[in-house]
Design a protein around this ligand. Structure first.
Ligand code: DGY
Length: 322
């Protein structure tokens, strides 16, 4: 008998077809509305495979109902939406989509850094609002990117890809990572720094580490105090890494110069979020990996992981328990 797979959001036809060749496929057909929790709880009961998004919380409640589930394939590299321990306890394979989004996410991270440093959004709004009276020497001046110091927190694949971009701008690169990578330091010409030291010395602090409870609010009031007054914080990882309330106050009080945020603690962020009221914050709706090619590659990889597991082969990109 064919296995059944549930997909929690509308995916491109060719990706769905790939799964339909092997399995009975059911899908939440909306593109921009999340599957309601009660629908997910019902759908999960009889399926062997689940293809879900980072916005779907796959916790004990879901897993307790998932009597036949063999594989959870997350369409994201991050998987903090999944209770990994509980899944592994139940013998469920969990997969993610690393690798295929590395360069695209590094591109967006550097684009956000540049947009924030050079006040691109504010400048564009200024022009469109008819506020451009005359060219003036200090009007809309920002921070230099070339020859500045960038501190990367989390030197995984995306962090490494960001180093290449930073080196193209002659930046000095510091990094902080759970595990020091001495060979990479030599290869890429980068320097390890403890977190405190990195915060003190960096003009740009970029967060690129996976989220877990241990790093909740890694950047809070004390950390923001240690940063330079001209420093810029860039977060393209997960919102929970930053204490948004502390960041708001640090920006208002001029403790740091600006921030670029692609991710928020609670997404989608509401339009009256305090950070959205500040001119020195560039905000994006979690689009780090959002190029057409990359999103298609992610969807294909997520589907291939399900095909492999349910057909008795090894998953291509399994998530491992630490
Ligand atoms: C991920 O993959 O974890 C990103 O946040 C979305 O692309």
């Amino acid at each position: 008998m064919k296995s059944t797979v549930y997909i929690t959001r509308k995916l491109p036809d060719n990706v769905v077809d790939k799964l339909s060749c092997h399995f009975n496929v059911r899908m939440w057909k909306e593109e921009s509305i999340q599957v309601p929790r009660e629908v997910l709880l019902k759908e999960i009961e009889d399926v062997e495979g689940l293809l879900c998004l980072l916005t779907d919380i796959i916790d004990k409640e879901v897993l307790d109902l998932a009597c036949n589930l063999k594989v959870i394939s997350n369409l994201a590299v991050g998987y903090n939406n999944i209770d990994l321990d509980s899944a592994v306890c139940r013998g469920i394979v969990v997969t993610n989509t690393p690798g295929v989004l590395t360069e695209t996410t590094a591109d967006l991270t550097f684009a956000l850094l540049m947009a924030t440093a050079r006040r691109l959004v504010e400048s564009s709004d200024f022009l469109r609002k008819g506020e451009w009276g005359a060219w003036s020497p200090m009007q809309l001046t920002g921070q230099d990117i070339n020859n500045a110091t960038i501190g990367i927190i989390g030197l995984g694949r995306i962090g490494e890809a960001l180093v290449k971009r930073a080196k193209g701008f002659d930046m000095e690169v510091l990094y902080f990572n759970r595990k020091r990578k001495t060979e990479l330091e030599r290869e890429l010409g980068i320097q390890y720094a403890e977190l405190k030291d990195l915060l003190k010395r960096s003009d740009y602090v970029c967060l690129l580490l996976p989220y877990s409870n241990e790093v909740h609010h890694l950047i809070g009031k004390e950390e923001l105090k240690q940063m330079k007054k001209e420093a810029i914080l860039i977060n393209t990882a997960r919102g929970g890494l930053v204490d948004e309330d502390a960041l708001y106050h640090a920006l208002v009080e001029g403790q740091i110069w600006a921030a670029g945020m692609d991710v928020f603690e609670k997404e989608p962020v509401s339009v009256d979020h305090p950070l959205l009221t500040l001119p020195n914050v560039v905000t994006l709706p979690h689009i780090g990996s959002a190029s057409i090619n990359t999103r298609i590659a992610m969807a294909n990889l997520a589907a291939d992981n399900i095909v492999n597991v349910l057909n008795g082969a090894e998953p291509l990109t399994p998530v491992m328990l630490k």
